[in-house]
Design a protein around this ligand. Sequence first.
Ligand SMILES: Nc1ncnc2c1ncn2[C@@H]1O[C@H](COP(=O)(O)OP(=O)(O)OP(=O)(O)O)[C@@H](O)[C@H]1O
Ligand SMILES: [Mg+2]
Length: 381
Amino acid sequence: MRIYDFELEVVYSTNKTLVGTQEPADKAVQKALEPGVSSFELISRISPWWALFKLQIEPESFVLRTIYPLRAERGFDPAAGPGPIMGALEFTQDITEDYAAVLFFQMLILGASFASSLVLFSVLYVIIRRAARTIAKRAEEKERLERELHQNEKLASMGRTVASIAHEIRNPLGIIRGTAELLLKRSQGQDDPPQNDPQTKLLGAIHEESKRLSQTVNDFLDYARPRTPLKVEVNLSRVLDQALAFWERETSDQKVRIVNEVAPGHVVLGDKDLIYRAVYNVLANALQAMKGPGEIRISVEREGSDTTLSVHDSGPGIDQSVKNKLMDPFFTTKEAGTGLGLSIVYTIMLSHNGRLSIDNHPRGGALVRMTFPDPKSDPGG
Ligand SMILES: Nc1ncnc2c1ncn2[C@@H]1O[C@H](COP(=O)(O)OP(=O)(O)OP(=O)(O)O)[C@@H](O)[C@H]1O
Ligand SMILES: [Mg+2]
C-alpha cells in the first residue's frame, strides 16, 4: 500500500525504502489526483495463454493494482458533496493464486468439452460408417437387379427372332442329318465296307457337321424358349458323368486330365436335362479356354443348405475387363462362338432359384460355381 501527496511523492508505503521518492507515481496516480478518477489494472508477468499450460505459476505473476483519490471528510451530510482531494491511495495485491484457480477451471472446462466432442465424434463416425456400408450394399443390390432386368429385356426381345430363325433351320437340318445318317449306314452296311472311300468320308463329314449344327440350333432354342424346369430329385454325379462322357473324345484328344471329386449321392431338386445342359456348357468352355493339355477339377460342396458344383480349369482364366459381360447373350471372345453358352447356364440356374458365378481361381484358371438351393427348403418343391 502507498499514499501519494500532491507532489506525487510517496508519503507512506509498506515498503519503507520508497517513502519520500516519486519513483512509483505514474499517469494513473496523476489521474487520481487531478480529475479524481479511480482506476485499476491487472499486471501480468506471463501471457494468460502461456499460463494455461503451466503446471506451476510463480508468485507475483498476476498482480492487481488499484488507485483511489484520497479525499478530506466533510461530516455526515450527503448534500455537502465529496471533500477536496488530499492525495492518492494505491493498493497492489498478488492475485496469482486466485488467477491460477480460475485458469484451472478453464482448463477443466476445455478438457471436458474436448472429451465430450471426442465421444460425439466417435459416435457420429460409427453411424456414418454404418450408413456408408448400407448404402454401398444397396447400390450393389440395385446394380445386380438392373443387370438382371437388362438381361431379361434382351432375352425377351432377341428370343422371338432367334426362335423363329432356329425353328426354320431345324426342320431342313433334321432332314439333312437323317439322310446323311441313312446313307452312311447304307454304305457301311455293304459287304465290303469301303472305309477309305472318299464318298463315305464326305458322308461322315456331312453327318458330323449337321450333328454339330443341330446342337447349336438347340442351344438357340434353349435360349429363346427357356422351359419351366421340372422339380425332381437329380443325382449330380450321374449328370456329371453323362456330360463328361459327351466330351470324352475332346478331353482325350486335348490331353486334359479330369479330376472328378464328386462323390455319388449329391441330390439337387430340378430338371435333369437342363442341369445336364448347364454342366455341358461349362465343360465346353473349360475345354475351349485351355485349348490344349491341362486339368479340370470338379467338386461339390455344401454351404449351409446350398449345394455348389464347382468347375476349375487350368486355362488362362477370366479377363477382368469383360467379367461383367460374360453372361450377356451373344457375348463371346471366340471366333466360332455364339456367346450363348453362359447365358443359357445363367437362365437355367435362375429358373432353379440358384446362382451362377464365374471368376478366377486364386491358383489360376477359371472357377465356375453353380449353386443350387436346398431341395427340402425349396418353396416350389
Ligand atoms: N472357363 C473359361 N475360361 C476363360 N474364359 C471363359 C471361360 N468360360 C467362358 N469364358 C469367356 O466367356 C465368354 C462367353 O462364354 P459363353 O459360353 O457364353 O460363349 P462362348 O463359349 O464364347 O460361345 P458358345 O458357348 O455359344 O459356343 C467366352 O467367349 C470366354 O471369353
Ligand atoms: Mg461357351
